[in-house]
Ligand binder design. Structure first.
Ligand SMILES: Cc1cc2nc3c(=O)[nH]c(=O)nc-3n(C[C@H](O)[C@H](O)[C@H](O)COP(=O)(O)OP(=O)(O)OC[C@H]3O[C@@H](n4cnc5c(N)ncnc54)[C@H](O)[C@@H]3O)c2cc1C
Length: 219
């Protein structure tokens, strides 16, 4: 009987320790929000033992193209580093900051103290060639750059387009895509009389008469 009693006490102690471990390992979740470029960004962050283990972006209205890398790469960097002190994505700074602030607010809401992350396993370094040779090198992957690169390739040249931003498209990507064309079918349908001469005059005026005339006349 005596043996059984001590066995019972040990069993109770073991289950208490296990229960404690269970509580430590328990996941908790909290939401946080911050203002993005096009509205509120809301996240639900999952924590375990002072670590961010998952971030769900549950509401956002950011530009699909520009924000894609933020909700993938910045999110992953926050999880890997267990910190919101990570690099933003150039070209999507407001969205990057919104994600970071939203996660930060979720950490506050959860009352979690984030522990220092262990060393993040670096990506395997792949040897890259040091020299590249192309017939045509285009700087800037916007509308003009793509046109130039494609034109060069269609003429049989090898071409490369170099872009400084992590996202291609430049202003062309966010433009309204309305075309200024004199004598278009839209103008004709609307009864607007236009001409190349008027278009040239408008273009000159719009550019404070700084346009290079032979270039303007070329079209
Ligand atoms: C909000 C908005 C709405 C617009 N709406 C219209 C419209 O409705 N109709 C219209 O006709 N026009 C519109 N425009 C203007 C039109 O978008 C631009 O005139 C046109 O996109 C310019 O094209 P681009 O290729 O010269 O430049 P961009 O498309 O801006 O491309 C330039 C690229 O070069 C890159 N770059 C710059 N410097 C370097 C460097 N040193 N190294 C590497 N890369 C570099 C940039 O990051 C960028 O990606 C609009 C512009 C804006 C901003």
């Amino acid at each position: 009987m005596k043996f059984k009693k001590s066995a019972l006490v040990i069993a109770m102690m073991a289950s208490a320790i296990l229960a404690g471990c269970h509580i430590n390992n328990e996941m908790s979740k909290a939401q946080g929000s911050a203002q993005g470029k096009h509205g509120e960004v809301v996240v639900e962050t999952t924590f375990s033992n002072g670590h961010i283990v998952n971030i769900d972006v549950i509401k956002q209205h950011e530009n699909k193209v520009l924000a894609a890398a933020v909700f993938k790469d910045v999110k992953q960097a926050i999880i890997d580093n267990n910190s919101v002190d990570v690099d933003s994505i150039s070209g999507a700074t407001v969205t990057s900051n919104a994600l970071k602030r939203a996660v930060e607010n979720s950490v506050k809401a959860a009352g979690v103290t984030l522990v220092a992350a262990g060393a993040v396993a670096g990506k395997a370094q792949v040897a890259q060639p040091t020299d590249y040779t192309y017939d045509v090198v285009v700087i800037g992957a916007g509308g003009a750059g793509f046109s130039a690169g494609l034109e060069a390739m269609e003429m049989g040249s090898s071409a490369v387009i170099i872009e400084k931003m992590p996202i291609i498209g430049g202003n062309s990507l966010i433009s309204g895509a309305e075309m200024n064309v004199a004598g278009s079918w839209v103008q004709k349908n609307m009864g607007i009389t236009d001409s190349k001469a008027l278009f040239m005059e408008d273009t000159l005026k719009g550019g404070d008469y700084k346009a290079i005339l032979p270039w303007l006349r070329r079209w």
